[in-house]
Design a protein. Structure first.
Lengths: 395, 307
């Protein structure tokens, strides 16, 4: 599936991207040729795991790299905008975890449904959204993904079956089971991905959802993004069993190196095939977030700076793909060109977000079912208006 | 915690001091009696009820009132009804649930909600809301010692902004008693929590600009509420304005207005009015528009006085 953005494709068509890569031994292959990469073996619970050899191609890796690099730069820009107080409220960043969503997208189509928690900026991006929509939404502008009305935690995409963006921890898990039920009912060859974290794994509603999914053989893949800390609490302090992939009991599970996008892709391809045929499966993605839980959390009071920097040096998901591309002979200059183009896109999105307009006050009353009684809205001039209840956002 | 060795403090992240630093130092002083729970509100409250029936004094924290709903069943069906359904054999009275509530400027949909009216509808619970640090200490200690399960909503906006002298040592403020913050003759303004300060500002504004004399009541306990104080005040002024951040429809103001209308009907000079949050989910960017700010209260005071 195409992960490459329009800008990369343009560069390719203009002949500026290498169509072939040549390694040190001068053996050249085309960028669409497949080659194999070994990943960390999967740990399995009640299922035979797939082998740990993943087929990929330069083209695919380039697409993945671009998406992951874009996610990374976008989250860093969000961090800077938050510190500049252009973004307010709550902001939960995904940098470090890029490989999980990118790998998932590599195995899915937009007909598969995705639902996740509040750490959703990159999901919005991978499901077809733009950096501009994310930035504008974070700044509360009307050009944002949810017209500025949802904020950081509530981004959606109907065409790409992305159901958000949920603030309450764990609430999205039973919703994911429901999405899967609908897909199965409509006999679609698609799965629902319900993403949650290690903190949410201790919520009661997760087990209710697991039971229903198991009972009715729903094609749902429960993806636990285990970044090892539920806010400030380490996984072993909150959970009796932190082997999250086994906590489905009768539901099989796989543990995957979540910092390796190819491992994620392989495991998700396997999971989708399994879910369509048999029913639910749990995927534990062993991943890490560089930032704290949110922008209000420095992220260093409950873990050491050594731990964070070691992760960056040894297991950074974006670096890993970059190194792989270079090792396969991909032109470093082409990577730089792509990075430059992504940086420009992010910077432009930030500037456009800053310049964009805030939602008009009348939108406070949109998408509310019944005209509230007695509620005249006071304008800043001191007059009162009866709000209109237009369910579209035409103005 | 000193005087009662069966007092326990638990909830999400309370051991390091809590996300609002309310429980700082408790772990160091009381060790195992202050502990973290996993992320499971229903479990936290149910667990607390079980402890309470054994005679313990669990003080459970729900990290934000917006997250209290998974525990709603436990509070309504278990805590509130234990004494009643067992004919007095058991009680969950030792339980106190604390939760930060209310607008904070940037909280959005899930860090700003006012949920008190869901619980004022439940016989068997007590609902208490302080409006300042000194009130918070006295009221919380009363809740902890109270023989019934209490829910204590702390206005999170005031954690940092409200500063006052708090008496050292133990003292309690009785539950079920309102406090008159400002005496007046023309209209009674009733609120709780952070909204009390909005009412105080509005009262000063109309005193300065229009010479209207407002009596401001801090309700403090919502369930059971101080009927005597409220009716005495309305009988004095003849006008009532209730204000809360929670949405207008079925907010606790509705109960106050209904009861006052019945008891003070012949004394009322104008229809009682409610100045509240809009009937929408708590918005993100529209917060200043949504909240019942000083301007809206002032407009409503003037309209009521001139009725």
């Amino acid at each position: 599936m195409a992960l490459r953005s329009a800008s990369t494709q343009l560069l390719g068509r203009a002949g500026l991207l290498p169509a072939a890569v040549c390694n040190a031994f001068h053996r050249c292959m085309s960028t669409s040729d497949k080659f194999s990469v070994e990943v960390l073996p999967f740990k399995a619970h009640r299922i035979e795991p797939p082998n740990n050899v993943v087929e990929t191609s330069i083209d695919e890796l380039v697409g993945m790299y671009e998406l992951m690099y874009k996610m990374r730069r976008m989250e860093i820009a969000a961090d800077m905008m938050y510190k500049a107080k252009l973004i307010r409220g709550f902001c939960h960043l995904y940098d470090g975890q890029e490989a999980v969503m990118t790998g998932i997208e590599a195995a899915l189509t937009k007909e598969d449904a995705v639902i996740t928690s509040y750490r959703d900026h990159c999901q919005h991006l991978s499901r077809g959204g733009t950096v501009k929509e994310v930035m504008a939404e974070l700044m509360g502008k009307r050009d944002g993904a949810s017209k500025g009305l949802g904020g950081s935690m509530h981004m959606y995409n109907r065409q790409a079956n992305f159901y958000g963006g949920n603030g309450i921890v764990g609430a999205q898990i039973p919703l994911g089971a429901g999405l899967a039920f609908a897909l199965k009912y409509q006999k679609k060859p698609n799965v629902a991905i319900a993403m949650y974290g290690d903190g949410a794994a201790n919520q009661g509603q997760k087990y209710e959802a697991l039971n229903m999914a198991g009972l009715w053989n729903l094609p749902v893949i429960f993806v636990c993004e285990n970044n090892h800390y539920g806010m400030g609490t380490a996984e072993w302090r909150a959970a009796k069993s932190s082997t999250f992939y086994t906590r489905g009991d009768y539901i099989p599970g796989l543990k995957v190196d979540g910092m390796d996008v190819l491992a994620v892709k392989k495991s998700m391809e396997f999971a989708k095939a399994y879910a369509l045929e048999h029913g639910p499966i749990i995927m534990e993605m062993d991943t890490y977030r560089y930032h704290g839980h949110s922008m209000s959390d420095p992220g260093s009071t409950y873990r050491t700076r050594d731990e964070i920097s070691t992760m960056r040096q040894e297991r950074d998901p974006v670096e890993r793909v970059r190194k792989l591309l270079l090792a396969k002979g991909y032109d470093a200059a082409a990577i730089k060109a792509m990075e430059k183009s992504v940086k420009k896109e992010v910077d432009t999105a930030v500037e456009e977000g800053k310049a964009a307009a805030t939602p008009p006050n009348e939108w406070l009353w949109r998408n509310v079912y019944v005209a509230p009684a007695n509620m005249d809205m006071r304008t800043v001039e001191g007059t009162y208006v009866q709000p209109t209840y237009d369910p579209t956002y035409s103005s | 915690m000193d005087s009662n060795d069966k007092a326990l403090v638990f909830g999400e992240d309370v051991a390091f001091g809590g996300v609002f630093r309310c429980t700082v130092g408790l772990l160091e002083r009381y060790g195992r009696r202050c502990f973290n729970t996993p992320l499971c509100e229903q479990g936290i409250v149910g667990f607390g009820i079980g402890l309470a029936t054994q005679g313990y004094t669990p003080i459970a924290e729900i990290q934000f009132a917006d997250y209290i709903y998974p525990a709603f069943d436990q509070l309504v069906n278990e805590a509130a009804k234990y004494r009643y359904r067992s004919g007095g054999t058991f009680t969950a009275g030792g339980l106190t649930v604390r939760a930060p509530y209310g607008a904070v400027g940037h909280g959005g949909h899930y860090h700003s909600q006012s949920v008190e009216s869901f619980f004022t509808h439940v016989p068997g619970l007590k609902v208490v809301v302080p409006s300042s640090p000194a009130q918070a200490k006295g009221l919380l200690l009363s809740c902890i010692q109270d023989p019934d399960p209490c829910i204590f909503f702390e206005p999170k906006m005031l954690y940092r902004t409200s500063v006052e002298e708090v008496p050292v040592g133990e003292y309690t403020i009785p539950l079920g008693q309102a406090q008159v913050l400002r005496e007046g003759a023309d209209i009674t303004l009733i609120g709780w929590g952070a909204q009390v300060h909005v009412l105080a500002q509005a009262a000063q504004a109309v005193a300065d600009a229009d010479g209207i004399s407002c009596e401001v009541l801090d309700l403090r306990t919502l369930l059971p509420w101080d009927v005597q104080a409220v009716t005495a005040s309305v009988n004095k002024t003849g006008r009532l304005l209730v204000s809360h951040e929670a949405p207008l429809s079925s907010g606790f103001g509705a109960e106050l207005v209904a009861e006052v209308s019945r008891r003070c009907f012949l004394r009322l000079e104008a229809p009682p009015v409610r100045v509240c949050g809009a009937d929408t989910p708590f918005p993100l960017v529209f917060e200043p528009l949504y909240l019942p700010g000083v301007e809206r209260v002032v407009d409503a005071i003037r309209a009521t006085v001139r009725f």
